[in-house]
Structures are given as structure tokens and as C-alpha cells.
Design a protein around this ligand. Structure first.
Ligand code: BGC
Length: 339
């Protein structure tokens, strides 16, 4: 009996001293990637998430992808709460409003979850361990410089975006202003559709009818390029209103082929999804510092880069995607650049 009591005491002591850190068994790992809207852009992010999960040997339920139907801060917060309660290993989020999301991101970090951001940056001093995405200011600046080349004599440019709070939208707009500095282009006040396509189209139509002399249009989000293109076609102003937008979803590439979109700044959203899963998995396995160092994080950022595409560079762009094995639903077969 005495020996049994001693054994129990030893076992109790051993369990009290056991480290409380989560076991690194791959089965318990779960990463959640939270995007911003139901949209082909986010489907590409999801493809990156799925590809990383497959390469890491994770089951589907170990790499969850979630997006609300359109920009919805409350739904992002609610989803974070759900996965904090479930005890996920890590969450990667594109905060639609970085100030509103920070408290719940902090709560997650305090409860031991690995928190990162993708596509749109967090606030300064955030608990986010890394931001994986575009350098939005310089990408916006590239869009502005492209517009400046398209409009050598200047003119009015309308701006449409899907958020007035997400930092990627704000930084792209600021970058665009920088890109047109010193030119005769004047930028109109941006309109906000909250990533609702019907709303985006209605706003594009109303900007075009309110400004018959509109010379250019800038689409800040992937929703905006096709919305501007639809409104420009409807107003029979293809070629007359120069259109520069963001992203390379199928409808945007079709707009370039058709000639209604003059240029687009393509992001690398597949990589954003892939790398978000990869880095959280590495952090879980090898520790945060090692993961950040091995994935080349600089100043808390992995800059995924952009490609500025026009009709003349479209085929080269397609070739680079194919080389890197990045899926795309469009192709340039049978299409030739009009000279
Ligand atoms: C942005 C995303 C946005 C998407 C769809 C992209 O340009 O980076 O934040 O959700 O467009 O509108």
C-alpha cells in the first residue's frame, strides 16, 4: 500500500512538472485563414491554403478557410472568437478594420494562438507575428504612375474601393496619389462599395454620369476593375476612359484582352495563402524565431510582390505563372495583341 501511495505521489509530481506547451504532434495542428469576401481573388488565396496543406500532409479540417459574403468586421471577429474557443493552433487574418480586430487578435495571442496577417496589414504594434502580402503603398504608386503614362495631358480620375478602413485600400489610395504627383491628373474622392459587386457597379455608373469629362478610373480592389469596366462599356466609353485596376482574376484578364482595362497590378494571393499556412506550421514545429528567420521575414513582413500587367505583357505574365505552377482559370490561347 505504501509503495502504491509513493507511486501515485511520483506520478502526480511528474504530471505537475510536465510542460504545458501543446504537443507538436501533427494531428493536433489546426490553422484558420480568414479572408474578407466571397470573391475569385479569395478563391485563389484558398487554393494556396489547400496546396500548402497538401504539401505539409495536413487533413482538410486542419487547414480551414473562411470568408464572409462581403466586407464584414463583426463576422471576422465572431469567427476569430469561435476558433479561439476551439483552441486552433494559429489564425491568419486579413483585417477589414485593423483597429476593430486588434483586441480579438490580442485575445487569441494571449491564449497561445499564433496570430498572423495576410493581404491587408494590421495596426502598428499589433500582436500579428508577420504580415504576408503586398507592399500596398508602392503597388498603389505603380498604379498611379501607370495612369500618369496613360493620361499625359491629365484629367479627372475616379477612384473606387471596397473599404475605407482596411489598410491595403488606404495605402493603395495614398500610393496612387504619390504616383500622380506633379501631373495634371486630379483624383476624385474615393467611393466605397464594401466589396459588394452590385453596389460597385452602381457607384461606377454614377461617377461616370456625374463626370462626363472623366478621363480615367482606378479600381483599388479586385471587385472594382470589372465594375468600372461594366460601367465604361455601358457608357460606350471604352478607350476613352483609361482604366487601371488591381488583381488578375479571370474577368480582369478578359477586360485586358478586350481592351476595356488598360493595366492591372496583379497581386500574388496564391502565395499569401500558401505562406500563411506554411509559416504557422513551421512556428508550431520549430518555434517562432526559427520560422520567421527561415521564411525570410524582414521587419515583420513577407512582401509577396506584384506584377503590372498590360495587353503587351499578358503572355509573359501567363508564362511566369505556369513556370511557378500557379493555377489560373484563364489562358491566352487564340488571343493576340491588337496592333
Ligand atoms: C484586396 C482584397 C479584397 C479583394 C476583393 C484585393 O485587391 O487585396 O483585400 O478583398 O481585392 O475585393
Amino acid at each position: 500500500m505504501k509503495r502504491l501511495n509513493l507511486l501515485i505521489a511520483v506520478l502526480l509530481l511528474a504530471s505537475a512538472c510536465a510542460p504545458i506547451a501543446k504537443s507538436s504532434s501533427a494531428k493536433e495542428f489546426k490553422v484558420v485563414v480568414i479572408g474578407k469576401s466571397v470573391h475569385p481573388y479569395w478563391s485563389n488565396v484558398e487554393k494556396g491554403v489547400r496546396a500548402a496543406a497538401r504539401d505539409l500532409g495536413l487533413r482538410n479540417d486542419q487547414a480551414v478557410f473562411f470568408v464572409p459574403p462581403k466586407e464584414d468586421v463583426a463576422s471576422q471577429i465572431q469567427t476569430m472568437e469561435t476558433y479561439i474557443a476551439q483552441g486552433a493552433t494559429g489564425i491568419a487574418i486579413a483585417p477589414s478594420d485593423p483597429n476593430a480586430l486588434e483586441p480579438v487578435m490580442k485575445k487569441a495571442a494571449e491564449q497561445g494562438l499564433l496570430v498572423t496577417t495576410l493581404d491587408t496589414p494590421p495596426i502598428k504594434g499589433s500582436v500579428s507575428l508577420v504580415y504576408i502580402g503586398t507592399d500596398n503603398f508602392s503597388a498603389g504608386e505603380a498604379a498611379g504612375q501607370t495612369m500618369a503614362k496613360l493620361l499625359p495631358s491629365g484629367g479627372k480620375v475616379g477612384v473606387a474601393r471596397g473599404s475605407d478602413t482596411a489598410l491595403n485600400a488606404l495605402q493603395r489610395t495614398e500610393g496612387f496619389k504619390e504616383g500622380i504627383k506633379g501631373t495634371r491628373i486630379t483624383m476624385l474622392e474615393p467611393v466605397n462599395d464594401k466589396e459588394d459587386f452590385t453596389q460597385a457597379l452602381a457607384l461606377a455608373n454614377s461617377v461616370i454620369s456625374a463626370h462626363p469629362d472623366l478621363a480615367g478610373a482606378f479600381g483599388v480592389y479586385a471587385t472594382n476593375g470589372p465594375a468600372w469596366a461594366g460601367a465604361i462599356r455601358e457608357a460606350k466609353k471604352v478607350g476613352q476612359i483609361k482604366l487601371v485596376c488591381f488583381d488578375a482574376t479571370t474577368d480582369i484578364i478578359n477586360g485586358i484582352k478586350e481592351g476595356v482595362i488598360d493595366a492591372t497590378v496583379a497581386q500574388r494571393e496564391f502565395d499569401m495563402g500558401y505562406k500563411s499556412v506554411q509559416i504557422i506550421y513551421k512556428m508550431f514545429k520549430d518555434g517562432t524565431d526559427k520560422a520567421l528567420a527561415e521564411m525570410g521575414v524582414k521587419d515583420g513582413v513577407i512582401d509577396t510582390g506584384v506584377d503590372v500587367i498590360t495587353a503587351s505583357t499578358l503572355k509573359d505574365y501567363e508564362a511566369t505563372l505556369d513556370e511557378k505552377d500557379i493555377p489560373h482559370d484563364w489562358n491566352t490561347k487564340g488571343w493576340e495583341l491588337k496592333k
